[in-house]
Design a protein around this ligand. Structure first.
Ligand SMILES: [Zn+2]
Length: 61
């Protein structure tokens, strides 16, 4: 299962810099257009998967 950017729909790569927002949507940092107050985290896809268990489960099945 490929995870895609919530904005441009390009599959995410481990070293992409991403934004995780309050709605648990992942987008490239450059694709993020909402108010910065909704940002929960900014990190690489690899690190975000390691930090958030719910993502790892969803993404590795
Ligand atoms: Zn994108």
């Amino acid at each position: 299962m490929k995870i895609r950017c919530g904005s441009c729909h390009i599959p995410l790569k481990d070293d992409d810099m991403l934004v995780l927002d309050e709605f648990n949507t992942l987008k490239h940092r450059g694709c993020y257009e909402l108010d910065p107050k909704y940002i929960k985290d900014v990190d690489t896809f690899k690190n975000i998967k390691e930090k958030y268990d719910f993502l790892r489960e969803a993404f590795t099945h």
